[in-house]
Design a protein around this ligand. Sequence first.
Ligand code: MLT
Length: 266
Amino acid sequence: MAQTENRLPLTYREAGPREANVLLLIHGFPLSAAMWRPQLETPPAGWRVIAPDLRGFGDSPPAGTDQTTMDAMADDLAALLQGLGIRSATVCGLSMGGYVALALLGRHPARVKGLVLCDTKAGADSDEVRRARLQSAARVLAEGTSSVVDSMLPKLLSPLALRSQPGLEQEVRGIMEAAPAPAVAAALRGMAARPDSTPMLRTINVPTQIIVGADDQITPAGGAQLMVRGIPGARLDIIPEAGHLPNLENTPAFKRVLEGFLATVR
Ligand code: MLT
């Protein structure tokens, strides 16, 4: 685990040659850089992969506030890139990581030279979802992270992936349960407060790839289709035999799509 020298230093994992184009992988909720295991084990040829732990998660320092906004997470990432002397990166965010990727693009556009949005959406929460998130945040603080894990896990992975990879559910559970309750609650409140990013879609002028698992129940393909219609020149690939975490559930198909896209932004 490396650290930057910024005020709120994020820990990160990395793979690939130092002097290469950078692929920044932003994890989902309530996960950590560990969810990018296959992409770190076999990084795309010629790419340096950097996978940070967002504030409060993995080995990064505690969130320190009741609400971690997507903007704060995006600013941490911009500081991380700056601390590493990286001017810009191709940014790949999954689910909450996608919300953060859009915030990074909005706030620090010069840092983003390509975008991969996985199993995510541009819209804000409905009032009902927002209320449920705030209730869930209170419950996590009272009962611990497992309350959120128990409600999310049954919807997270495709039955086909569960059959072909018997150890996957346990691996994902372990990553999620390691997240400290205050960070989980703060991220839930931050997601509830995030703005609608739909209006920015038409202004996105970097190459963009959208990916969604065919069986994603948490951010179903409809949200991906809205994004591909909104972002000029974006393309969408649907990963078969995968739910919300296609990079883990169908790693070969995810790799083909990601590397095909990276070849166009290199
Ligand atoms: C995630 O996987 O990051 C979350 O499910 C995102 C969300 O709850 O909106």
